[in-house]
Design a binder for this molecule. Structure first.
Ligand code: F6R
Length: 241
């Protein structure tokens, strides 16, 4: 595991963006695993900036997002599909059919998770971007006694719904379920980039990266992966030497 600390958010964003850009420049048909949330926004902005400078093209690339809410469609501005279009896809040259998110509006969620896993098996992820939840979740893999390996539907914990409520007009509107890649699917990526910022994540960063490997801190399973690059701002990394 390689851990890199940055003095500023801008430096972290630029470094992470460059990792993805280099991957696509070296392998134009690379498969990128993407995340949503507040952490990747600056990274996507930087990727768009580099795209506008003609430093990269995503025409042949494919993307898979980690997760999506159940019950809200891509036209809903709280859906992750909407987020991805807003922050990245609509600004770069990736053809829409090459961008994938779980379909939270699928009639049969079980079938949808099987479909998503089959696509991931056919096109393994080269580089997967991850953020980190305060409780150690990655994707929507919440702390539990057991973790699912593959893509699955999950009932969101109240603490996660509360953390995400800031994006909705009321708590009632926050979905109760989501579809997420499993920890097993995430660990199949060739390289994983975990980006974390903010003092409020310092404790969970330390626990996930240096504590015991346990399903009660899903991100601790990243310790079992051979190629993880952790990007931290000063605050998030303050409890690590
Ligand atoms: C988003 C996702 C989540 C977030 C995590 C951190 O697709 O899967 O696991 O990465 O909740 O979110 P932020 O970046 O908002 O702190």
């Amino acid at each position: 595991m390689e851990i890199i600390k940055f003095d500023t958010q801008q430096e972290l964003d630029a470094y992470a963006a460059e990792l993805f850009i280099n991957t696509v420049n070296e392998k134009p048909n690379a498969v990128l695993g993407l995340a949503t949330g507040s952490t990747p926004i600056g990274i996507y902005d930087k990727i768009v900036e580099r795209f506008n400078e003609n430093k990269v093209s995503f025409k042949e690339a494919t993307t898979f997002n980690l997760d999506e809410y159940v019950g809200i469609g891509p036209e809903n501005d709280q859906s992750y599909a909407y987020y991805m279009n807003k922050h990245l896809f609509s600004h770069i040259d990736i053809p829409a059919p090459q961008t994938h998110l779980p379909n939270g509006m699928a009639d049969d969620l079980q079938e949808e998770t099987t479909r998503y896993d089959a696509m991931l098996a056919a096109q393994p992820v080269d580089v997967q971007l991850l953020g980190l939840g305060h409780n150690g979740h990655i994707g929507f893999n919440e702390p539990d006694v057991n973790l699912s390996g593959g893509t699955h539907a999950v009932k969101l914990k109240e603490e996660t719904r509360e953390a995400n409520a800031r994006f909705f007009s009321s708590m009632d509107e926050v979905p109760n379920y989501a579809i997420t890649m499993g920890v097993g699917s995430i660990l199949k990526a060739n390289t994983i980039v975990l980006a974390v910022r903010g003092a409020d994540k310092a404790e969970i960063v330390k626990e996930a990266l240096t504590g015991p490997i346990t399903t009660s801190v899903p991100a601790s399973l990243l310790q079992t992966h051979a190629r993880v690059i952790v990007l931290l701002d000063r605050e998030a990394g303050r409890m690590l030497d």
